[in-house]
Design a protein around this ligand. Sequence first.
Ligand SMILES: Cc1ncc(COP(=O)(O)O)c(C=O)c1O
Length: 325
Amino acid sequence: MKRLTTETGAGQWGSSLSLAGAFFGLEVEVFMVKISYQQKPYRRAFMESFGANCIASPSELTVAGRAVLAAHPDSTGSLGIAISEAVERAVQRDDTKYALGSVLNHVLLHQTVIGQEAIRQFDLADDYPDIIIGCTGGGSNFGGIAFPFIGEQLRGGPKVAVIAVEPANCPTLTCGRYAYDFGDTSHLTPLLKMHTRGSTFVPPGFHAGGLRYHGMAPLVSQVVASGLATARAFHQLECFEAGVQFARAEGILPAPEANHAVRAAIDEALRCKESGESRAILFNLSGHGNFDMQAYTDYFAGKLYDQPYAEEELGMALAGLPSVG
Ligand SMILES: Cc1ncc(COP(=O)(O)O)c(C=O)c1O
């Protein structure tokens, strides 16, 4: 293998793969969702510093990209489209492999190191969380922190309240359909049973690019469907407000995606304060916002707004769900 190809929304996964490429002497090609490509130029520069070739998706390089551009020349892109482009490139060349950054079981499995480490840290503090919170794009950081605790609970350990937090303008767990769907727009992936908004759904261009995925990890969908976790959705402004509050208290500026978890954690803390309950709240700060300063600049300038998704487009995307069985 000489080349790796992938998709990226926030640029975090694309950065990891670019770094791996530099270490192992591989050419890396990253299809970055166009709106993120425009909103996160420093992420792009970071990937390019490791030698990666970053392409705004949809692009003219693939059949999948050209089809989207022919129908929607101004398309802002989506993770589903970027996955189609990356998979297509890998299929075209024998020396190229495709690596997915979220959603699938093996990705969630790797991420469980987060929850396993958290369990050890709570041991050291002689404590245990009552509430566990993570934001959800494809589901990997949430599954990573929550699954080890859910596993303990299923084996008779302490009960935990687990909360998945998603963006209100691309909500899958709170109001998507739980059905078989494709993981990408051109239908190159196998079918996955997941909460989905339909594989052709293009969410509005809000700033948490890593949360703009039409579906959800099948394992995360399953834990929510079976009541082991609950989900809630927030708009971006209330999340940025929480992120800034967190930064001023802790000295760490969260990524716009992570702000969703911060919002829920603050809300839970306020709820406990009001009811007088003493609860340990664990949340995953899934990434820093140091490459997202344009988003914060726009937020401080009052240029960000809460954009609803297009109901009509959603209806069309859901109507296109494959019929199974
Ligand atoms: C900082 C950050 N948090 C969360 C996510 C969401 O991905 P996942 O749900 O797979 O953890 C991303 C994805 O790019 C991200 O960059």
